[in-house]
Each structure stands twice: as structure tokens, then as C-alpha cells.
Design a protein around this ligand. Sequence first.
Ligand code: SAM
Length: 284
Amino acid sequence: MAAGDGVAILIAAMGIDAEWDAGAYHRVADPQFEWGRRLLATLSLRGDETVIDAGCGTGRLTRLLLERLTSGRMIAIDLSERMLESARENLEPDFHGRVEYVRVDLLDLAQRDVADLVFSTATFHWLPDHARLFRNLVAALRPGGRLTAQFGGKGNLARARSRAEGILAEPSFRPFFEGWSGPWHYPDAQVTAERLRQAGFQDVRTRLFPEPTTFPDADAFRQFITAVVFRVHLQRIVDPRLREEFLDRCVAAAAGDDPPYTLDYWRLNAEGRKPERPREGAPA
Ligand SMILES: C[S@@+](CC[C@H](N)C(=O)[O-])C[C@H]1O[C@@H](n2cnc3c(N)ncnc32)[C@H](O)[C@@H]1O
């Protein structure tokens, strides 16, 4: 057995990839909140819908949705126990009885014909199988129901990832990453549109666009990449000294960005509608 195998087995046994530091995410994820807020502003809602927030995180955007659902209800879904617990703490005082909290992998979602809208932000790129994801989402929607989502698309964080990959390929880091292809899936707009249609959505629209995001200083940048961008990488670097070295070097490299401390985000917006009637030949 190679040294890297031992580390990989340890990481798998700890089951760490799915968990987040929900408190840190809640504090630093203003960019995600702002992108989601803008997406939400494009939505028309009657107010009585049932809405799934797919990958609700700590519930900051779920709250904005709930404020627009005067008589509707939410199904807040997340795989991370800590994220869902944080969402519950943040939402229950104001929306008690109107939110169902469901801890499930969206790839295993088994809800059928329950929602008028699936809303999702900053989540789908964490899932490896979008064909299966979209089949599950279309099944969870009622006939005529809509999907509105935004996630990382082709080219997302290409510069930040390439810098990190350079560091992590060095001998002191390599054992933590052997046989690991990374946590993200960043498709382009065309592939996503095709997958949505294949899954059974109609009126499909997708759009990929740059969203470069600049942080005020080294400290803010470091906190953000720790809690969000390289969260899973850091979980794998079991040696705390190497974790600090990795962060120091990412921050030092970002100081040379123009403007300094900029992450090269690309977002993909995806919309579709479940047909009122099943397509001919579609599975019942
Ligand atoms: C970056 S956070 C986004 C949270 C929130 N939507 C926002 O925009 O701030 C991604 C969320 O997706 C959740 N997630 C990742 N993979 C998932 C999966 N397979 N099933 C359900 N939730 C998942 C994570 O636990 C996390 O809470």
C-alpha cells in the first residue's frame, strides 16, 4: 500500500467531504448571498407556492424566499448536518411551521410532485452527476413547476485552481491528493441545457458569465478560501503546518492579482419547466 492510499482511506472513513463549518460559511459567504439575491429578484412568485431550496446552506437565501412566500412553504434540503442545523436555528424563530428541513443527498432525492419551484444557488457544482440530479429535480416538481438555479460553470476559479494544483503537486502535499480528482463539476451552458432537456425539462435557458470577486485584504481573502473555496482541500491536508503553508502561498499568489485578492468566478444560470403533461414515451 502506498502512503497516499492510507491517507485516502482515513479521509473516506472520516466522511469529511460533506461537512462544512456552517458558522464560518455564514460569516464570509457574502458573494454567494449577493449572487443568490440577484437571481431571486428575477423570479416572479404568487406567494402560495411550495419551494425547494436545494442546498440551502445556513438559510440566508431561504429566508429571502420565505419573506416572499406569504402563504407558501419551504422544503430546505442539504446534505450537511451542520448546515441544516444552522438553517433551522436561523429560520425557526421567524418561520416556525413553514419550513421542512430534509437532510439528503440531492442525488438520492426521492420526493415526487411536491414543489412548484426548485431554487438552488452555489450548490450543483458540488454534485458529480448532473443528469441524475436533474432527473430527481424534475420528478420532485409538480407539473408546470420551475427550476431556477445558479452554480459554478466552465472556467470557474480556473486561475485559483491552477495555482492550488501547482502547490498540491509538490511531494509534501501529494500523498493527501493521490487518486483524487477534486470536488467540483463545472459544465458549460450547452451541456447543461442538453442535460436539462434530457431529464424532461422544457423552456430551458442557460447562461454562463464571469463574476470576478475581489476581497478587501489578505485576511478576508484567506478566511474566504478557508471556509469556501479550498474547504475540502484543507480537510484532506491532515498536517496543520502544511495547511497553513498552503493557505499562506495561495494568499501570497493572490496579492499579485489585478486587482489584488480577486477570485475568477464564473456562474452558470439554468432554468427549466416541468411539462404540464408527461412527454409521450416518458417514464411514468
Ligand atoms: C456553497 S453552499 C451554498 C449554500 C446556499 N445555497 C448559498 O448560496 O449560500 C453549498 C451547499 O450545498 C450543499 N450540498 C453539497 N452537495 C450536496 C448534495 N449532494 N446534496 C445536498 N446538498 C449538497 C452543501 O452542504 C452546502 O450547504
